[in-house]
Design a protein around this ligand. Structure first.
Ligand code: CP
Ligand code: NVA
Length: 307
């Protein structure tokens, strides 16, 4: 049975534990200069982007190459998707060539449509609803810092927009059991179904309005840009609505000792967080970016069976 990774909850806690132990090993090997693994054995993985990308594009290209495969990156505008080829056809065509398909697009429903017909794993490289590959790397980053301390005792704060990243952190809290307080301005709440399910599974998940309350005693503070891809037309209103949601040094001062600052990037320093916070010793933003590569190697290795 083909395994897809479309939402964070598509993998269980056991599966994440397995992937994270492989991530740790692959990271250590790469840091020793051992880049190549023969896992893919020359097979190709497609990477389709309907939106801009720096980290996801480069880290997946590196991940596929370093696993002994060939990445085929495409802008959606260069494919027959834009001329209306049915998803049911595209999914079966890609399955004849590729060992996996990583796709950044607008709606999860497009990924589900592909998954219905594909016989290769479909991996979500960001949709309006979720960004599971990012949060997988983020949770791994947090675990590295915790260095054996239990994740379920940790308190995570989300400050800002209840968009794709917040939704995915909600699913991560449900899977891993850590506390999560989200401070989102009115009108920018996370997906109500994802929120309800996360609260059902983890009573330590709470949606509030006050950033100061969300970060009080937190071990990690997380944010995202205030204007996501394709929200540029709403930029002026959004920046005004989020004006009290900037992560500043004063906000970070309310956290628990040793708390970290997290951001998936790309960031807009001076909007969602100050440059001072992003450049502070508490900031782990570039570790998060690096871990995308290691975690995605482990993910592809898990989803695509060896030859
Ligand atoms: N964090 C992230 O997904 O970055 P890109 O948009 O650059 O891929
Ligand atoms: N919320 C952001 C995440 C970018 C990685 C966006 O969708 O643009």
């Amino acid at each position: 049975m083909t395994k897809h990774y479309i939402t964070f909850r598509d993998l269980s806690l056991d599966e994440y534990n397995h992937i994270f132990s492989r991530t740790k090993k692959l990271k250590a090997e790469r840091h020793r200069g051992q880049y190549l693994r023969p896992h893919l054995g020359g097979r190709s993985v497609g990477l389709i982007f309907s939106k801009p990308s720096t980290r996801t594009r480069v880290s997946f290209n590196c991940a596929v190459s370093e696993l002994g495969g060939m990445p085929i990156a495409m802008n959606v505008s260069e494919t027959q998707f834009v001329r209306g080829e049915p998803i049911s056809h595209s999914a079966r065509v890609f399955s004849r060539y590729l060992a996996g398909l990583v796709i950044r697009t607008y709606h999860e429903s497009e990924l589900r449509g592909l998954a219905q017909y594909a016989t290769i794993p479909i991996v979500n490289a960001l949709t309006n609803e979720q960004h599971p590959c990012q949060v997988m790397a983020d949770v791994f980053t947090f675990l590295e810092i915790l260095d054996g301390k239990p994740l379920e005792n940790q308190q995570v704060a989300w400050v800002g927009d209840g968009h794709n990243m917040a939704n995915t952190w909600l699913e991560a809290a449900a899977v891993f059991g850590f506390g999560l307080k989200l401070a989102c301005p009115e009108g920018y709440d996370p997906d109500p179904v994802i929120l309800k399910n996360a609260i059902n599974d983890n009573p330590k998940v709470k949606l509030i309005r006050s950033p100061a309350e969300a970060v009080a005693g937190a071990n990690a503070v997380n944010t995202d840009c205030f204007v996501s891809m394709d929200q540029e037309a709403e930029a002026k209103k959004r920046l005004a609505d989020f004006k009290d949601y900037q992560v500043t040094s004063e906000i970070m001062a309310k956290t628990a000792p040793g708390a970290i600052f997290m951001h998936c990037l790309p960031a807009h320093p001076g909007e969602e967080a100050t440059d001072e916070v992003m450049e502070s010793p508490a900031s782990v933003i570039f570790d998060q970016a690096e871990n995308r590569l290691h975690a995605q190697k482990a993910l592809l290795e898990y989803l695509i069976p060896p030859l």
